[in-house]
Design a protein around this ligand. Structure first.
Ligand SMILES: O=C(O)CCC(=O)C(=O)O
Ligand SMILES: [Fe+2]
Length: 205
């Protein structure tokens, strides 16, 4: 089981969202403004983006986003019925991983990249609760580019909701029992949206 350090919890207490059965922090300025553009350019150009398909109602359809998956050698991950073979780390991702590990005291050995090209790209309700993530996993989710809405919905008390906007450069940290009690989504929007890259750093057992 992973835990955030006491030092992190004290330092970022004011950034914790008021959600029961959860431990979620939003740190708006994790990536300094002067780094955001170059990071977005580097990842847009260099990451090994793939258009994966998902099965829905017996049909194969394109996922409404592009994805890329980096991890330590030997860490395969099963996600929406797909098994991902990891790519070797690139320097930009290693640098972010090191910063996150220093900040949180947690370890990360993999990152899933999502590229939302426009407002019709999205991710539906889910929890990051696959068995290989273990109990009380820590998920560090970095946003670069277009600001988008992100929502949580309690899995048992369905009327409990928390909606936020994820600005560019922000870090959303999900820890404690969050994945066991809440679903989250990134909804589609009819508004015109520029591209957004999201990186979710995880630890896979
Ligand atoms: O794009 C986001 O902010 C959410 C991504 C997400 O939930 C995931 O990759 O599991
Ligand atoms: Fe997720």
């Amino acid at each position: 089981m992973q835990e955030l350090t006491d030092a992190f919890q004290r330092q970022f207490a004011a950034h914790q969202l008021p959600m029961p059965d959860a431990e979620v922090y939003l740190i708006s300025d994790f990536i300094p403004p002067e780094e955001q553009k170059s990071l977005q350019q580097a990842l847009t150009g260099k990451a090994a983006w793939r258009q994966e398909k998902i099965r829905m109602f017996g049909k194969q359809i394109n996922q409404p986003r592009l994805t890329a998956w980096y991890a330590d050698a030997g860490k395969a991950y099963t996600y929406s019925g797909l098994t991902w073979e990891p790519l070797p780390w690139i320097p930009e991702l290693t640098a972010l991983r090191n910063r996150l590990e220093e900040l949180t005291g947690a370890s990360f050995n993999s990152v899933l990249l999502n590229l939302y090209r426009h407002g019709q790209d999205s991710m539906g309700w889910h929890a990051d609760d696959e068995p290989e993530l273990g109990q009380n996993s820590i998920i560090a989710s970095i946003s670069i580019g277009q600001e988008r809405t992100f929502s949580f919905r309690h899995r048992i008390q369905k009327s409990l909701k928390q909606t936020l906007t994820l600005p560019t450069g922000s870090l959303l940290l999900m820890a404690g029992p969050t994945q066991h009690f809440w679903h989250h989504q990134l909804p589609k929007t009819a508004k015109v949206m520029q591209p957004r890259i999201n990186l979710t750093f995880r630890f896979i057992y």
